[in-house]
Ligand binder design. Structure first.
Ligand SMILES: NC(=O)c1ccc[n+]([C@@H]2O[C@H](COP(=O)([O-])OP(=O)(O)OC[C@H]3O[C@@H](n4cnc5c(N)ncnc54)[C@H](OP(=O)(O)O)[C@@H]3O)[C@@H](O)[C@H]2O)c1
Length: 265
């Protein structure tokens, strides 16, 4: 990992912060992207104090023009990343009628379009040197359906489609594409996206295990290193995805039963 350049989006908090620290601890130079400059600087300082190398780039990934400017600046100042981790994301789980058009658009802008635009910015240079790894971080909502989160679930399906299609595009070019599907992770996400935690179908034992940000980061790190197509953590979710492919009605019924009582489903 020494001397590798690793770009992590959403590095000001939660999974992205832990992932950036995980890569830095292994010797990579990390580029930290998010909007909150103060938090980014704090993360970068913590990495440097621990002996690592980190540079912060304040950027609103919902803005395609800003992504183009920032990625050009990164290419000039640091070069083309060896590893691109598309992690930044947000989105509240709400019934359709309570989700505004702006909110639905925001969930498509980040993570899906942010991943699209950032990958698009660096892909030509990665293709030219015939190496690189791109990971997209998502949730079980890329595979499963539950009530009262339509805009969020649609956005995560978009990210799944993008990641799979990207892999098809770059097959045979030396670039690896990894989709990382994480169950519930204990991060500020739940504070940043109020109303979501209450709608987690937590009554289902398969959905119950909660990961720490460090466990999530380790899964991302190891999965990318192993050049995996898909990483699922906790692994038991794989069984649920398989069952869902075979019998979506059965899984939908189980998930409905797992919903907190106040949520009609
Ligand atoms: N927590 C979970 O249970 C869980 C499970 C599975 C998947 N995930 C996914 O993992 C990713 C990270 O989640 P997390 O739990 O670490 O959440 P988090 O603590 O809320 O962190 C989200 C990160 O995304 C960044 N971000 C959001 N909108 C942005 C924008 N417009 N421009 C630039 N950066 C933006 C935030 O930075 P700024 O606010 O500073 O811009 C922050 O660094 C998300 O895509 C999330 O859906 C989370």
């Amino acid at each position: 990992m020494a001397s590798k350049l690793v770009l992590v989006t959403g590095a000001s908090s939660g999974i992205g912060e832990a992932t950036a620290k995980r890569y830095a601890a292994s010797g990579a130079r990390v580029l930290l992207l998010a909007r909150n400059a103060q938090r980014l600087d704090e993360v970068a300082d913590a990495i440097r104090r621990a002996g690592g190398a980190a540079t912060a780039y304040k950027v609103d990934l919902a803005d395609a023009g800003t992504i183009a400017e920032t990625s050009a600046r990164i290419a000039r100042e640091a070069g083309t990343p060896d590893i691109l981790i598309n992690n930044a994301g947000a989105g509240r789980w709400r019934p359709l009628a309570e989700t505004s058009a702006e909110e639905a658009l925001g969930m498509i802008e980040v993570p899906y379009l942010a991943a699209f635009n950032l990958t698009r910015a660096f892909l030509p240079a990665m293709l030219a040197r015939r190496s690189g790894a791109i990971a997209c971080i998502t949730s079980p909502a890329s595979y499963l359906i539950w009530p009262n989160a339509a805009a969020y679930i649609a956005a995560r399906h978009a990210l799944l489609g993008f990641t799979e299609a990207l892999r098809a595009d770059v097959k045979g070019t030396g670039i690896d594409v990894t989709l990382v599907v994480l169950g519930t992770v204990e991060t500020p996400y739940w504070k940043h996206n109020p109303g979501s935690r209450e709608r987690v179908p937590a009554g289902n034992p398969i959905l119950a295990p909660v990961l720490s940000p460090e466990e999530a980061a380790d899964a991302i790190f190891r999965g990318v290193e192993a050049r995996k197509r898909r990483v699922v953590k906790p692994a038991i979710l794989r069984a649920l995805f398989l069952l869902n492919a075979l019998s979506p009605r059965l899984v939908a019924r189980q998930i409905r039963r797992s919903l907190p009582k106040q949520q009609p489903g």
